[in-house]
Write a protein that binds this ligand. Structure first.
Ligand SMILES: [Fe+2]
Length: 200
């Protein structure tokens, strides 16, 4: 797969964090850890690749505070460096439901970019890595791992809901179940200190 090395990924995130500091950096690191932990119990996934994909899923935030823009910014940034598989995750991580209108928050992309995202997500079949990062993004706050329900409500309280929110939530729970069927246990068993963060 075309992904940066772990060393390069760390360099990219720390540079991005200097350009646009914020809680998103710690959220990225916890997303990476969740992805690695779940992947290590999954027969088809490589835990280091999962870690790197989680680590860089929000790298588009390097350009400043943005909403849907961050996904296309991250895609373009990594694609230019020929890290296509990592770039893809920037676009897919926000759409457990394959519908661009299910995005939670503002669409600050222009019409051309919006069309590109729409075509991209409808033209691909999600891989386990796409689904893993969609799931892990919804399992972590900047303080650590938490129950899916907590993170979903937290995002809804901050950015609002739309007609597709419940379907999006259902899609996320379906991904969780899919992974649990493969790994044969609750994903929460793989996320240290989850109770502490959930009850914070
Ligand atoms: Fe994101």
């Amino acid at each position: 797969m075309n992904v940066p090395t772990l060393e390069e990924a760390k360099r990219l995130l720390s540079e991005a964090g200097r350009r646009n500091p914020g809680p998103w950096v710690d959220h990225s690191i916890f997303t990476a850890e969740a992805a690695r932990n779940i992947a290590s119990s999954h027969r088809k996934l490589n835990s280091e690749i999962a870690y790197i994909l989680g680590y860089l899923h929000d790298i588009g935030r390097r350009y400043g505070i943005s909403h849907m823009r961050h996904i296309i910014d991250g895609y373009n940034f990594l694609y230019q460096m020929s890290y296509e598989d990592c770039a893809r995750i920037c676009l897919t991580h926000s759409f457990p439901l394959k519908n661009i209108d299910s995005y939670t928050g503002n669409n600050d992309c222009n019409a051309e970019e919006t069309e590109f995202i729409r075509k991209y997500i409808s033209g691909i079949k999600y891989t386990e890595y796409d689904e893993l990062i969609q799931l892990c993004d919804a399992l972590t706050t900047p303080k650590g791992f938490c129950l899916l329900e907590k993170r979903l409500v937290d995002v809804a309280l901050r950015y609002g809901v739309n007609d597709l929110t419940v379907l999006r939530w259902k899609a996320t729970f379906e991904i969780k179940e899919k992974f649990e069927n493969v790994i044969g246990r609750s994903i929460y068993e793989l996320l240290p200190k989850i109770e502490e963060t959930t009850f914070l």
